[in-house]
Design a binder for this molecule. Structure first.
Ligand code: PLP
Length: 397
């Protein structure tokens, strides 16, 4: 296969570059403002000011209160904190067999956490999905019981880009909560968590509009640095969430460890930029997506796009029957980065797990590819990619 000298990055759902403006914002916190934010001296105060202003910025963007933002090392950690922390608090408050409900199309950081807790005696319900990967709300309704402490449903799926009806789920949970409150003052269960990592770039992520109690975000999907994420936790009630990482009591006691100041500053900068550019980027990427799909259908009329009725623009998950088995590797030798299923788990056969629970055959699921756009993706890059697809489908590559 012909080697291309340039590279085309179509794996933005896996990670993105760090924008120059984000790098610039972070830079002073590596060398001039390097104190520990917990220190009382001036060096510490300067660092704490930066953490404060990052927290304030993010709270404003998602419509939260200052105290509701918990900085973590990643979305993986945020998901762990949300799920383990809520279940732990429930157990400590006397609920001996708490129920956790998650969808069967969650990211591994939610799914594996639920499985781990299940081994420790938590009653876990895995909600089935339809052919589009959307959770079955009837099953959710029937699964809610008096011991249900937490429901966690991903906002935008990282394999397909399917958007879940988060608001509807939130309403359903709130209605159920009302039936549980009679006689019990301040009864908060079940709480509702969403992993909004793949959603923030394109969709409304205001926590009140969504009706969520907890929400996970990660900076490196939004042109920010890797190794920093955050968890929104409504009302920051210490009776409802227990820390997973204990120590010096940072982050309102919910997550100990010295703050990663440059990363936190970068996270806030990236989220702010992404928030401001949401409409224009969504529009551009929607167009690119439609263009790619229409051309792809011409090359392979039998190709199957795994789209949902409400679809996020950033991801195209497609099965092209004519592609060779080693298509991903061939894309790579051509300088094109796409992924099989989810990059976070592409080393394991589980990468097709989400497609399998949608009822897609093993053969199709394994052979499907995920193309994910970013704000720097150009039409020329899409044309180059289409050329390679064409070559491969004609077995010329
Ligand atoms: N949740 C979703 C939906 C993701 O796509 C990812 C990243 O792949 C994660 C969680 C994990 O994010 P992080 O790399 O910040 O741990």
């Amino acid at each position: 296969m012909k080697k291309f000298h340039h590279r085309i990055y179509l794996d933005n759902a896996a990670s993105t570059l760090v924008d120059l403006s984000v790098q610039k914002a972070m830079l002073p916190y590596f060398s001039s403002v390097y104190g520990n934010p917990e220190s009382v001296h001036l060096f510490g105060q300067d660092a704490m000011k930066a953490v404060h202003s990052a927290r304030k910025k993010i709270a404003r963007i998602i419509g939260a209160d200052f105290e509701d933002i918990i900085f973590t090392s990643s979305a993986t950690e945020s998901n762990n904190l949300a799920i383990r922390g809520i279940m732990k608090a429930a157990k400590q408050s006397g609920i001996s067999s708490p129920r956790l409900i998650i969808s069967s199309v969650e990211h591994d950081s939610v799914l594996e956490t639920a499985r781990d807790l299940e081994r420790e005696g938590v009653d876990v319900i895995y909600l089935p999905v339809d052919a589009f990967g959307i959770v079955n709300l009837d099953v959710l309704k029937k699964s809610l019981n008096k011991d249900t402490v937490l429901v966690s449903v991903i906002y935008v799926n990282n394999v397909t880009g399917a958007v879940q009806p988060i608001k509807e789920i939130a309403n359903l949970i709130q209605d159920f909560r009302k039936t549980q409150t009679s006689g019990k003052l301040n009864f908060h269960y079940p709480l509702f968590h969403t992993d909004a990592v793949q959603a923030f770039q394109y969709h409304n992520s205001n926590v009140d509009n969504l009706g969520v109690d907890l929400m996970t975000l990660s900076a490196h999907k939004l042109y920010g640095p890797k190794g920093v994420g955050m968890l929104y936790f409504k009302n920051s009630d210490a009776n409802l969430l227990k820390p997973v990482i204990t120590g010096g009591g940072q982050e309102f006691g919910f997550r100990s460890s010295t703050h990663n100041v440059p990363a936190i500053v970068g996270c806030a900068e990236a989220l702010e930029k992404s928030h401001h550019l949401r409409a224009s980027i969504s529009k551009k990427i929607k167009e690119l997506r439609m263009y790619l799909i229409s051309k792809m259908k011409k090359i392979s009329p039998q190709c199957k796009i795994h789209d949902a009725p409400y679809q996020s623009p950033g991801i195209v998950n497609v099965y092209i029957p004519e592609l060779p088995k080693d298509a991903i590797a061939r894309f790579s030798t051509s300088g094109i980065a796409v992924s099989a299923g989810s990059a976070c788990s592409s080393h394991s056969p589980l990468s097709s797990r989400v497609l399998r629970v949608m009822g897609i055959s093993e053969e199709e699921a394994v052979a499907s590819i995920r193309i994910s756009f970013g704000k720097y993706t150009t039409r020329k890059e899409i044309d180059e990619t289409l050329k390679i697809i064409k070559l491969m489908t004609k077995k010329l590559a």
